[in-house]
Design a protein around this ligand. Structure first.
Ligand SMILES: NC(=O)c1ccc[n+]([C@@H]2O[C@H](COP(=O)([O-])OP(=O)(O)OC[C@H]3O[C@@H](n4cnc5c(N)ncnc54)[C@H](O)[C@@H]3O)[C@@H](O)[C@H]2O)c1
Length: 470
């Protein structure tokens, strides 16, 4: 289906949570000429209401779940359906939307179940519909530059690709210990949930499908036995470790201290002091913020990760969420079972090897890579607080910085909106068909790599990946 260049792509939203509302919803709000949401399905009344309000969706097109919205009887209401439910709730609405004739924007992972991933790919082919999987990092300048450097042959033939996904201590605690991805059963194994992006990049940059994989990892630290003896079940129950514990929830969600440290050019000790003030001497800070407006941000952090814990972003709303919900629990007492560190190695038909290091103990959030070729090497980092790529030629041992970017305010280094721009252009027929970026068939490879890695880890032996591709 090719749409008119002058009218926006129309879409229905399934799951108006963090990604649905805060990422794709925001894109439509900022780019009304490109994308328009005309209906929503979301069981949480507050989230549904916020989405309806932002996109002026009437009650008749707002649903408590996806089934009535995607029913065949209702017919196809828009060009595309956005599937932004949690990992294990992708398959059923995705399959129903394809049957109803929609193109899809489908959050990653396609599904935590291998057969369901393959089934979605088959259904997309049969229905001749685009299924755009949200591997957002392919749409950043940084990763496109890495890929083009490797393809240019400047470092010769690639021998080894070393990729680290350094999840910061606070983000890991938020998502994989307290949050929605803490249990394999209700979500996915860590390598699929967090690193299907990283595996997709390894495959995409090297332009090769791996032959075999071996993986090892543990859940060693975020466990009950590591809780301080005096720690209550919740941070908000007067924890005596509140000053020393990096995961003390009010500091992560009320003042967002780790994020302020990235964004404000002030010494960490000053930020710590201000954060302490914002939590314990609120009235004084409120008074000071009358004179110094920037202090107001400290009083009421209203972005990620606070937006995930509640829709009521007042101090009272956030504290209530911490007192009652999962995000205020002691980090060591969350009933989580996904790994907290894992190493995975791949071998490729060309003889190249690849390693993925994935862990939840980083001070700074971000990815790092080193690519070693026969003529030189590439090094890069892709972090919230800046990005850089350098290249070294063996002949001169000279290192050139070939790309640099500062603090990124766009989600995933600009990849969230980059993916959306690509999708809209694709819907309007402005992308050549051979550019299959993020199409489901292409996105499947990272899923095979993850499923095989997880099997290798649990079996304790290397696994051939081809077996998963059928
Ligand atoms: N592409 C990326 O980089 C990226 C980043 C983070 C998360 N994700 C993925 O995005 C997906 C959503 O993540 P999130 O953080 O927005 O989660 P979320 O929990 O904030 O949002 C999911 C929403 O789905 C709603 N929902 C549940 N059942 C429903 C139903 N029957 N019908 C309609 N809606 C229903 C929930 O109420 C919730 O609001 C996950 O699969 C996650 O892994 C992708």
């Amino acid at each position: 289906m090719i749409l008119s260049k002058n009218s926006p792509v129309t879409a229905v939203m399934i799951g108006a949570g963090f990604r649905g509302r805060e990422v794709y919803g925001r894109y439509a709000e900022k780019n009304p000429e490109k994308l328009k949401f005309i209906a929503v399905a979301e069981p949480d009344t507050a989230r549904r209401g916020l989405f309806q309000q932002a996109h002026r969706i009437p009650e008749s097109l707002a649903f408590e779940s996806w089934e009535p919205l995607l029913s065949i009887a209702k017919g196809q209401l828009a060009d595309a359906a956005f599937i932004c439910t949690q990992d294990n709730k992708h398959y059923a609405p995705a399959a129903a939307a394809l049957k109803a004739g929609y193109h899809l924007v489908l959050e990653k992972p396609i599904s935590p179940n291998l057969e369901e991933c393959q089934q979605i790919s088959r259904m997309a082919g049969e229905a001749d519909r685009t299924v755009h999987v949200c591997h957002v990092l392919r749409f950043t300048e940084f990763w496109q530059k890495i890929r083009s450097l490797v393809r240019s042959g400047e470092i010769g033939r690639v021998m080894h690709y070393d990729h680290s996904e350094n999840v910061s201590y606070w983000h890991f605690g938020h998502s994989y210990v307290r949050g929605p991805y803490k249990n394999e059963e209700s979500s996915s194994p860590l390598i699929l949930a967090k690193s299907c992006h990283d595996l997709d990049l390894m495959y995409w940059v090297l332009d090769e499908k791996p032959l075999s994989v071996y993986s090892t990892g543990e859940l060693s630290y975020y466990r009950q036995e590591n809780a301080p003896v005096s720690a209550p079940d919740r941070c908000t129950d007067g924890c005596p470790e509140s000053e020393t514990c990096p995961w003390y929830a009010p500091r992560l969600y009320v003042t967002a201290e780790p994020l302020l440290r990235i964004g404000l050019h002030a010494p960490a000790r000053i930020i710590r002091l201000l954060s302490h003030f914002a939590l314990n001497h609120r009235k004084t800070l409120e008074f000071l913020s009358l004179f110094e407006k920037r202090l107001q941000g400290l009083l009421n952090w209203n972005q990620f990760p606070a937006t995930v814990i509640t829709t009521n972003l007042s101090l009272e709303g956030k504290m209530k969420a911490l007192r009652e919900g999962p995000f205020g629990k002691c980090i060591f007492k969350c009933g989580n079972d996904v790994l907290d560190h894992q190493i995975t190695t791949y071998t490729f038909p060309s003889g190249a090897t690849g390693t993925l290091t994935l862990h939840g103990f980083s001070d700074l959030e971000g990815r790092e890579l080193r690519i070693f070729g026969t003529r030189g090497s590439i090094r890069g980092y892709f972090r919230y607080n800046g990005e850089q790529i350098s290249i070294t030629d063996f002949r001169y041992s000279k290192t050139k910085i070939v790309y640099r970017a500062g603090l990124s305010m766009g989600g995933h280094g600009g990849g969230d909106f980059g993916l959306m721009d690509f999708f809209v252009k694709k819907m309007k027929g402005e992308i050549p068909p051979e550019e299959a970026e993020a199409e489901v068939d292409n996105a499947l490879e990272a899923h095979y790599m993850a499923f095989a890695a997880e099997d290798a880890r649990t079996k304790g032996q290397p696994v051939m990946i081809d077996h998963y591709r059928h």
